[in-house]
Ligand binder design. Sequence first.
Ligand code: SAM
Length: 245
Amino acid sequence: MVKLSKRLQTIAEKVHIGEKVADIGTDHGLLPIFLYENAISPFVVLVDINEGPLEKARENISRYTKNQTFDLRLGSGLEPLKVGEVDVVVIAGMGGLLMCEILQKDLQKTKSYGKLVLQPRNAPEKLRKWLLLHGFQITDEVLVEEGRFLCEIIVAQPIESADVLSKEQIDYMETMLELEVNPILFEKRDPLLPAYIRNKIRIEQTILKEIVSGVGDASHQRCKEANRRICLLIEKMKHMEVESD
Ligand SMILES: C[S@@+](CC[C@H](N)C(=O)[O-])C[C@H]1O[C@@H](n2cnc3c(N)ncnc32)[C@H](O)[C@@H]1O
C-alpha cells in the first residue's frame, strides 16, 4: 500500500470522494496512485512534461497496485487534458510562477475544472495574486511542514465574474500583506501560522541587517519597506495572540 508524505497526504485530503483528478507534474505518481487505490478518485490522470518521471510513475504503479490501466500522459501543464475532463487539478512541487504560466495558457480551459489544489515551491504570494486577478476564489489554505520548510497548500475555485475582486481590493490586500499571509490561516487558526509569520519577520530582519552592513540594496525605500513589513507582521502576530486568549 502506498504511503504518502505529510505534504502529499494533506493534498490528498483536499480531494473529496468521487472527484476525478489530474495530477500535473506527477513525477513519482504517488498521489494519484493513493487516490485511486483508496477509492477516493474513480479516475486519475498522471501528466508530466518529461518521459523519465512518467517511467518512475509506471514503476510505482507496478509496485503498489494491481491495476495497470492508469492514464499517463506526456505533455506540458493542462495541454494533455480535455476541457472539463476532471473535477480537480493538482499541481504540486513546482515554482509559483510556472504554475501561473500553466494556468494562464488557456484560462477558459483552466476554469472548466471545479477545483485547483496548488502547492507552490516558491512565490506563493504571486500565485495567490494571479488567482484573485483571474477570477478564482481561494477557498482553503493549509500549512504543512516538510523538512525545514513550511509549504502552503492552496485550494482555489473559479467564480462568477460579478464576484471577482477589483484590482483596487487586490492591491489593498497586497499592501496589507494579505497575499503573503492568507487571512484564511487566521480564521482556521493554522497551528503553523506563528512559525510562518516569524520566518517572514526573520527574512525582513536579514534584509535590514544587510542594508545596514552595506551588503544589500541600500536604498532608503527598501529599508522603509522592510520596516513597514516587520511592523505589519508583528501586528499580525499580536492579533493572533489576542485571538487565542
Ligand atoms: C519536483 S517534481 C514534483 C512532483 C510531485 N508533484 C510532488 O509534488 O511530489 C516536479 C515535476 O513537474 C514536472 N514538470 C515541470 N514542468 C512541467 C510542466 N510544464 N508540465 C507538466 N509537468 C511539468 C517535472 O518533470 C517534475 O516531474
